[in-house]
Design a protein around this ligand. Structure first.
Ligand code: SF4
Ligand code: SF4
Length: 91
């Protein structure tokens, strides 16, 4: 059976931030980049700091992994307000 991933979820992006990133606390370990399956985190050109994609509200899968792996506590994830964010329709 061929699975069409595009039918498994949809997004209803809100306008409120649900990920807070403390640039000053970031130590550049890149754990968030490796953990995020949605590719929302990246490192700056110098490889010293993480960066949160500006369109994360439209792409975040709300797994919370970035928050969990950041030992520097530079990332704080909380779920977006009800009715917004990713909506898993199957599974
Ligand atoms: S996991 Fe935390 S400390 Fe490491 S790069 Fe990401 S934000 Fe910075
Ligand atoms: S919550 Fe998950 S999908 Fe969203 S930015 Fe963090 S690691 Fe990526």
């Amino acid at each position: 059976m061929k699975l069409d991933l595009g039918t498994l979820n949809r997004w209803n992006p809100g306008d409120q931030d649900f990920i807070a990133f403390d640039h000053q606390a970031c130590v550049g370990c890149s754990a968030c980049v490796r953990a995020c399956v949605a590719g929302i985190w990246s490192m700056d050109k110098a490889g010293e700091q993480a960066s949160l994609a500006p369109d994360y509200r439209q792409r975040c899968l709300e797994c919370g992994a970035c928050d969990q792996v950041c030992e520097a506590r530079a990332i704080h994830f909380c779920y977006p307000p009800g009715g917004t964010g990713v909506i898993f329709e199957q599974g």
